[in-house]
Design a protein around this ligand. Structure first.
Ligand code: NCD
Length: 446
């Protein structure tokens, strides 16, 4: 009998929408009696490899595994692992994923690290947060909380607030919200806006459009940002709204999602007067039915006297993390089956651009850091777009390819030209610019 391919959860995109909803139903079942499931993963071991600090993510995974009857081994402090001696993540997961453990949960400071772990480990890998890239299990907890609170996920109005640039929880959450057709209002701390690569991806993959919003009646957080953006799925019923929209008044908010300044990723960047949720913010009419969310840890972004407000659900998000992660692990370990179909598999073109000196633009990407020693630079290529878009197979940062070369003739052409079309697809080598093509030894056709 064929062994089913292992499933990893590196990006929230690794689960289909139907699978996510089905996992919620399993999480509900586990949650009905958390202590009744110790037969499910009996004899199974989970390893948590955490190369960055964590409280909730690691402990809720470990608690979930214990509740499923499995065992747990952990490397919770980078200083006590061979990483501090210079061991690569690839080598660590090759060793730990196998006879040591049947599933790995990895947290790492470099963007794209979880995909590296997934590629090198023989067992399923779950991303517990990789740099500023993604944190898909936090998103599962966030969506699960919203689903329980609001009874649906479709078409919600969500305000994202704070450090939207470096918060990996925000990035995974945005991709998921876009799939559910939510409208997203971004209220970043100035200088910490949602990065362009996230906005581009939201536009390309989910048809999400951006506009300027006014959420002037949210004191405290509104004051911190005079350029809130409104991101709306370009569905037919919303298009009319969008096209006439210049100063959209957000008058119904389903959730305000607050984040802390991710200081470990931007040491030295000023965050004075960081937005803060207070009781008066919650007094705003628009926030009447809003849920107040935060992935935690909170620093100063939410006043402690907001905790008792019935709309505050951040501790609930953390609590729901255990049944949610029980469902996820039982699924990845093959202990429960889902009826829902998995997402369509992405085509990865291994090393297509490597020989050409194409490098990921993201300086924080693992391919530009520890991976320099051993990783090929791989890109996913969407060449139906003009110009074609290459996204790093590890951190998913996208670049547009303006030139394409033929490695046989060593000639490069503008991607929009007829010469480009004549190069057989599998041979195409992409470049960001003419200079890059020339540096790789290609003659550029005018
Ligand atoms: C988040 C993280 O690590 O990205 N924490 C968590 O896992 N709940 C959010 C944060 O640290 O701000």
């Amino acid at each position: 009998m064929a062994v089913p391919a292992k499933r990893d959860l590196v990006s929230i995109e690794d689960l289909s929408t139907a699978e996510i909803l089905e996992l919620f139903r399993h999480a509900d079942t586990f949650r009905d009696d958390l202590r009744a499931w110790s037969h499910i993963c009996c004899g199974t071991i989970m390893a948590t490899l955490f190369f960055e600090p964590s409280t909730r993510t690691r402990l809720s995974f470990e608690s979930a595994m214990h509740r499923l009857g499995g065992g747990v081994i952990t490397a919770a402090d980078e200083k006590n692992t061979s990483r501090s001696k210079g061991e690569s993540l690839a080598d660590t997961v090759r060793v730990v994923g196998g006879s040591y453990a049947d599933i790995l949960v990895v947290r790492h400071p470099e963007d794209g690290a979880a995909r590296v772990a997934a590629r090198y480990a023989r067992v399923p890998v779950v991303n517990g947060g990789d740099g500023a890239h993604e944190h898909p299990t936090q998103t599962l907890c966030d969506l699960y909380t919203l689903w329980k609170e609001k009874g649906r996920l479709e078409g919600l109005e969500i305000v994202l607030c704070g450090d939207l640039r470096y918060s990996r929880t925000i990035h995974s959450f945005c991709y998921a919200l876009a799939r559910f057709g939510a409208n997203i209002v971004t209220m970043p701390y100035p200088g910490f806006e949602l990065p362009d690569y996230v906005l581009h991806r939201l536009r390309r993959e989910f048809g999400v459009q951006a506009a300027t919003a006014s959420v002037g009646d949210l004191p405290g957080i509104a004051g911190s940002s005079n350029a809130a953006a409104y991101l709306t799925a370009s569905k037919p019923h919303q298009l009319a709204l969008f096209t006439s929209l210049t100063n959209f008044e957000v008058n119904r908010i389903d959730a305000i999602y607050m984040t802390r300044a991710q200081r470990e990723r931007h040491a030295g960047e000023e965050t004075r007067n960081y937005p803060r949720l207070t009781r008066s913010t919650l007094g705003a009419a628009a926030a009447k039915d809003a849920r107040i969310m935060h992935p935690l840890p909170r620093v100063d972004e939410i006043d402690y006297d907001v905790d008792d407000d019935p709309r505050s659900v951040y501790f609930r998000q953390a609590e729901l993390g255990v049944p949610m992660r029980m469902a996820l692990m039982a699924f990845l370990l093959g202990k429960i089956q889902l009826d829902a179909a998995p997402p369509a598999v992405f085509t990865v073109t291994p090393g297509a651009a490597a020989g050409a000196g194409f490098r990921c633009r993201n300086e924080r990407c693992i391919t530009n850091n520890e991976g320099v020693r051993y990783l090929n630079r791989d890109f996913r290529i969407r060449d139906a777009e003009q110009p074609p878009v290459l996204s790093c197979a590890y951190c998913e940062r996208e670049v547009e390819a303006r030139f394409v070369g033929n490695p046989l003739s060593r000639k490069a052409f503008r991607t929009s030209s007829s010469g480009a079309v004549e190069i057989p697809r599998p041979d195409r080598v992409y470049f960001e610019s003419e200079d890059q093509a020339q540096a790789a030894g290609y003659d550029c056709e005018p």
